[in-house]
Ligand binder design. Structure first.
Ligand code: FMN
Ligand code: SF4
Length: 477
């Protein structure tokens, strides 16, 4: 396979523009300037100071009991001083031990509440120190149960709680009959979400994000077409978990905003073919693929009819801030997290990574067109590298999203937002090149971080272990 043309080969904005136009992808890049990032946005009677958002990014680095550690504090501090005025979710916080994705995931509970509240206060102070005020700075906490991807007691030992049996994912993750969460268990999980939201409000978060994305439990329930009982089957039943949860949160809190991170469309799982390239799992050609929420029945395209109905329903519960994402890092990583270099358990991209970025932008733009009343945070921009600000400003100018969210880029380049807002030239040595080590490290049981570009992580012993792992992998190829 010919390697895809790299961003670093496109030496100017004109070259990037010409390449994008000749590709035929829907990737806006016509903005004359970057002022669109500076415009504040009125939201729920207040103001969010600019159009940058930091996406939720966990670090696999909390204390074993779920309290934030010094590494967590460092990451949150960098988010707070990035220049973005919206910290969309900070990172995925488990609502209960059994639903932790790893043994070092943040866990919001009575025994962690104090330290989380202190970290949050430190973030507001750090933001105000650097930017003069935190009055227009909004912070949310992402709440989640990891469902199929839970590893609460051992990072290498799955203890899945699944919503239903997926014929392809069950094989990949070796799920069996005992892994199905019963209706009573789902009711208990809803109670934990409600308690977590109550604690998040007490800790001082402006909003909680109820994660319906990336194949975790709440997302999986949206596609529980074959689950019998109150939590599966019809659209109404598949959204019952969400409705019960929102009702409970509204009664248990006073001013806390609810928001949603949603995989707008899901896709069939991809696997490595003999050349190492991602390819869709085998599925009978004459049978529609019914398991992708927001999918078009082929497993490879999208149809936003149900996601739009879901978000209109969410609107009735006061949800108006949406973080748009796609698919899952566990079974279609090229769609969820476009990259030039595969992570350790991934595959070579089956399409140009910028095509994957364009898909994120197109789906969010379609949602914005269908539901203009929603405030939409876009994701998946990091792969644009030098041209992230240009594309982001073009998307904002075209009204295709309200905030440009960044994930990996803020790990390698913690003040990119401030640089763009101040009109400073980009620090090219800090630009994320999608090398994937922030994902590969936790997949091997180590804390996450930008090992190639952040001097702090470069110095840590894990950096050496990662290099050795890479060498080993090259030898066995
Ligand atoms: C190290 C790492 C941790 C992540 N943690 C979370 C998380 O806690 N919650 C979540 O919804 N997404 C998480 N994501 C996904 C990002 O929020 C984002 O959607 C993804 O990286 C694509 O955006 P980007 O291209 O700007 O990186 C994580 C991604 C990475 C690389
Ligand atoms: S390790 Fe650093 S350069 Fe690599 S993808 Fe993560 S943030 Fe980007």
């Amino acid at each position: 396979m010919e390697p895809y043309k790299k961003i670093t080969e496109l030496k100017s904005a004109e070259a990037f523009h010409d390449f994008v136009k000749s590709s035929g992808w829907n990737l806006p890049c016509d903005a004359a300037g970057l002022e669109a990032f500076s415009r504040p946005l009125e939201h729920r009677g207040g103001r969010i100071g600019n159009r940058w958002a930091i996406l939720p990014m966990e670090g696999w680095d909390c204390e074993p009991d779920g309290n934030p550690s010094e590494l967590t504090a460092r990451r949150w501090g960098r988010f707070a001083t990035s220049g973005a005025k919206l910290i969309y979710g900070t990172e995925a916080a488990a609502v209960m031990h059994e639903g932790r994705s790893n043994t070092r995931q943040l866990w919001i509970a009575p025994h962690t509440y104090d330290r989380i509240a202190r970290q949050l206060e430190a973030m507001r102070k750090a933001h105000a120190r650097r930017f003069g005020s935190a009055d227009d700075f909004r912070l949310g906490l992402q709440l989640t149960h990891s469902g199929r991807y839970s590893h609460p007691n051992d990072d290498m030992q799955l203890e899945s709680r699944i919503a239903w049996h997926h014929p392809l994912l069950d094989k990949k993750f070796r799920n069996g009959p005992k892994d199905i969460a019963s209706d009573d268990e789902l009711r208990r999980i809803i109670e934990r979400f409600i308690e977590a939201a109550r604690l998040a409000e007490r800790a001082g978060f402006d909003f909680v994000d109820i994660k319906h994305a990336h194949g975790y439990l709440a997302h999986e329930l949206l596609s529980a077409v074959e689950r019998p009982g109150p939590f599966g089957g019809s659209f109404e039943n598949r959204t019952y978990f969400f409705r019960e949860l929102c009702d409970g949160v509204r009664s248990a809190t006073t001013a806390l905003e609810l928001s949603l991170r949603l995989s707008l469309a899901d896709f069939i799982p991809f696997e490595k073919n003999s050349e190492g390239v991602g390819t869709p799992a085998e599925w009978p050609e004459d049978k529609p693929y019914p398991y992708a929420f927001g999918g078009d029945g082929t497993g490879l395209g999208w149809n936003l009819e149900e996601p739009v109905a879901f978000l209109r329903l969410a609107r009735k519960f006061g949800v108006s801030l949406i973080c748009a994402t796609l698919g899952s890092p566990y079974y279609c990583p090229h769609i969820q997290r476009p990259a030039y270099y595969p992570v350790s358990d991934g595959y070579l991209p089956p399409e140009h990574p910028l095509r994957s970025v364009a898909r994120h932008i197109e789906t969010a733009a379609e949602l914005k067109r269908l539901c203009p009343e929603l405030k939409i945070v876009g994701s998946g921009y990091t792969c644009l590298q030098e041209y992230l600000p240009l594309v982001g400003a073009s998307v904002l100018e075209a009204g295709q999203a309200d905030f440009i969210g960044i994930g990996r880029m803020v790990l390698s380049y913690p003040d990119i937002c401030a640089d763009v807002l101040e009109g400073a030239p980009l620090k090219t040595q800090c630009i994320c090149r999608t090398l994937g080590e922030c994902t590969t490290a936790p997949r091997a049981g180590m804390v996450s971080g930008c090992y190639p570009l952040d001097p702090f992580y470069k110095e840590r012993p894990e950096a050496k272990t990662l290099r050795e792992l890479k060498k080993e992998r090259r030898k066995t190829k």
